[in-house]
Design a protein around this ligand. Sequence first.
Ligand SMILES: Cc1cc2nc3c(=O)[nH]c(=O)nc-3n(C[C@H](O)[C@H](O)[C@H](O)COP(=O)(O)O)c2cc1C
Length: 204
Amino acid sequence: VRAVSVLVLSGSLRANSVTDAVGRHVTAALVEAGVATRLMAVRDLALPMYDPDVHTSKMLPAIAPLFDAVKQARAMIWCTPAYHRTMSGSFKNVLDYFELMTADKPAYLTGKAVGIIAVSGGIPASVTAITSLEFVAHALRAFVLPYTVPVPFADKLLDSEGKIANAGIRTRIDLLVQETVAFLANYSNTVARPSVSHGAGAGS
Ligand SMILES: Cc1cc2nc3c(=O)[nH]c(=O)nc-3n(C[C@H](O)[C@H](O)[C@H](O)COP(=O)(O)O)c2cc1C
């Protein structure tokens, strides 16, 4: 089995999630660029609400394959729907589980890159959702790739075959794919990096 270079996390809990369609598009574009890419949908992970009292270990069955893929990947693409101008709760819930990587060496997503896409009904929410996810990526020690992709007007995005109909959005996704490929080619994840968990004076 080929190692995963990029893990795409996408979607809402909706069966016809537009965000999932965008996740499938970026996954196909990365594969076409020669990158070993895996797509995981938030709906398929079906994680219960993260409870720090209950979920104290990585033993929840759905967590092992997710964390295996995260650890293998040198970059992630986060593809969230915009809810109330930020990421959806179900998307953030998956990221909340990453707190279980606090004691890992290195912690969280240290040394990895995150590319960010957000899908919204109107214009501003995809932009503000991206900004919110930038905070999360930095809290988890990741590098945020430039050329984030806001995707507004979700209800008009897909054609009758469920493909992205907007050439401008496809171009912007291509830029993100090129940035991801450049990161993989030029950044060595063996570079020694400081690694501390959250906490007084030390973490982010
Ligand atoms: C709870 C909820 C809140 C939403 N809030 C916003 C919002 O603040 N701004 C916006 O432009 N769209 C908002 N939307 C619309 C979604 O961003 C849009 O329907 C998007 O396509 C949802 O992604 P999905 O198709 O992957 O489920 C909201 C949708 C839901 C269900």
